[in-house]
Design a protein around this ligand. Structure first.
Ligand code: GYE
Length: 333
């Protein structure tokens, strides 16, 4: 009898320790629900909270996630937050309520996620960040972050400019169209670019403002830049869409994009690459939206309790006008 009791106590203790390991630092709550323990009926359910549909990049990213989920046999619940953090938080809370197996999302801005991420952790639902980062100090709140190195992208843009003007001593007046305020790509592309160009005092960033990653806003802000600054040499736009909007503004002001004003953008979407091949943009730093396949692989591992790296960086390159002409027919987005 005594033996049986101690065996039971031992079994209970083991179960407790195991529950403890599965959810390190999960704090209180998590009161014995059955979610997060792996897929039910063999099919993994993923809740994906997308930023919005603000750009060509985002459209390609969404399509890729939907297609690759299907290929991987993952049941995808998808929501579009229309670039609003509150909508994304609502979507994540509803995925927690629905007890999905894994939540993936592309945070519209970097800060303000700790509370909802803690809620997911308490419900034992693993979270994967895709594309954009959060600034949470507690990195146990998410399993991995899959996406580009935006600082590197900003540096590549700056380096191209430095190389272009290496033989000139004249001042170079730059305007910058920033992405969505507070978003990781806007913060990092700005700091990467500025770090490189500020090393040479001939480069001056004479205006810098958000165009929210959209074509319409890019055009509007560029029109304002052109009105107040007669001498713009270079535009650095944090994505193709804002660059394309700015091209309309520049043409509207009777100037020639790519010649009177040199343009650098990020993304390398189809429309951006076409404008680069046509000579209206001068240089594009690639940012690859096709990360669905990697995301689905990571999701399967995370749901199965396998170890995944904390950070997975997507591979990217850059394009000149000549290179754009060559690769345009074979581009996938
Ligand atoms: O560059 C921009 C989009 O987060 C990398 O978001 C993404 C950015 C991309 O709206 O076009």
């Amino acid at each position: 009898m005594l033996k049986r009791i101690s065996a039971l106590i031992l079994a209970g203790a083991t179960a407790l320790t195991m529950a403890g390991c599965g959810s390190s630092d999960s704090g209180s709550g998590g009161s014995g629900d059955s979610s997060g323990g792996g897929a039910k009926d063999g099919k993994i359910v993923m809740g994906f909270a997308q930023v919005g549909a603000e750009s060509g990049w985002r459209t390609a990213n969404t399509k890729d996630i939907q297609e690759t989920a299907k290929e991987a046999g993952i049941d995808l619940k998808f929501s579009d937050a229309q670039q609003k953090q509150e909508n994304q938080i609502k979507a994540i809370r509803s995925y927690i309520q629905q007890k999905v197996d894994v939540i993936a999302f592309s945070p519209v801005v970097e800060s303000g996620w700790d509370t909802v991420l803690k809620e997911a952790q308490n419900a034992k639902i693993p979270v994967i960040l895709t594309d954009r980062a959060v600034d949470s100090q507690d990195t146990s709140l998410y399993k991995t972050f899959l996406g580009s190195d935006f600082i590197e992208e900003g540096k590549k843009a700056g380096q191209w400019l430095v190389d272009q003007y290496k033989d000139s001593k004249d001042d170079v007046n730059i305007v910058q169209l920033e992405g969505t305020t507070g978003s990781a790509p806007a913060n990092d592309r700005k700091s990467g670019f500025e770090e490189v160009v500020k090393a040479d005092p001939k480069f001056h960033i004479i205006a810098s403002q958000s165009g929210d990653f959209t074509r319409a806003k890019g055009k509007e802000v560029m029109e304002a830049f052109l009105k107040s600054n007669p001498d713009i040499d270079v535009l650095w736009a944090h994505n193709d869409d804002m660059g394309l909007g700015a091209i309309e503004a520049i043409e509207g002001a009777g100037k020639v994009p790519g010649k009177d004003i040199k343009i650098i953008t990020a993304d390398a979407t189809h429309d951006g690459m076409q404008a680069l091949a046509d000579g209206k943009i001068n240089f594009i730093v690639e940012c690859n939206p096709l990360m669905g396949k990697q995301l689905m692989e990571l999701a399967k591992k995370v749901v199965n309790g396998e170890q995944v790296p904390q950070r997975v960086v997507t591979e990217e390159t850059t394009f000149t006008q000549e290179q754009a002409k060559e690769v345009l027919p074979s581009r996938k987005y």
